[in-house]
Write a protein that binds this ligand. Structure first.
Ligand code: ATP
Ligand code: MG
Length: 155
């Protein structure tokens, strides 16, 4: 159940960063997904650690899990420094870091790894800018029905 996974990642984040408000919205019904929980957690942990690093202390981080058609969507939004539009396409490249984060440390591998992990699960990640300021990262995974339909059929 992805709800449990999201709860656990957010709880870990709160433990590490007790002063950061983390708002979580989960669906009422279970959201089953067949995949490697540790790897999916790694994607969301990367989103949260970026939201933490690239937004001012005290600004909330919002995490929303929902179903959209046949997809499971998990969105992590912050009210931080944002990503310059001209660089948005490159932040998923290995080692790429936008010019506005040069004063903060990082290797530029988190999103590249997250994209690979999402694609290995038949999903993907992307990002959006939030008006007036901030960024939303979205993990999109195929719902369990679709996921099962893709498995090789025996006989
Ligand atoms: P690390 O590999 O240690 O995570 P990193 O955070 O620099 O280093 P990524 O997580 O891959 O690397 O992110 C790549 C770049 O995307 C960042 O350097 C930053 O420019 C931009 N970025 C990612 N998340 C955000 C965010 N929430 N707000 C603003 N910029 C972001
Ligand atoms: Mg990062």
């Amino acid at each position: 159940d992805l709800r449990q996974l999201v709860r656990s990642v957010c709880a870990d984040h709160r433990e590490l960063h007790p002063l950061r408000p983390v708002e979580v919205v989960l669906p009422d019904r279970a959201m089953q997904f067949e995949g490697d929980a540790i790897l999916i957690e790694q994607i969301l942990t990367n989103f949260l650690s970026n939201a933490e690093k690239y937004s001012p202390a005290g600004q909330p981080i919002s995490v929303v899990l929902e179903r959209q058609g046949e997809f499971c969507i998990c969105a992590v939004s912050d009210r931080g420094i944002g990503i310059p539009a001209a660089e948005r396409a490159r932040i998923f490249d290995r080692f790429y870091r936008a010019a506005n984060v040069a004063h903060l440390s990082g290797t530029g591998l988190g999103l590249s790894l997250s994209q690979t992990l999402a694609r290995l699960h038949g999903g993907d990640i992307h990002c959006e800018s939030i008006d007036p300021g901030g960024t939303r990262f979205i993990l999109k995974l195929p719902g369990s029905d679709l996921h099962h339909a893709r498995q090789p059929q025996g006989g």
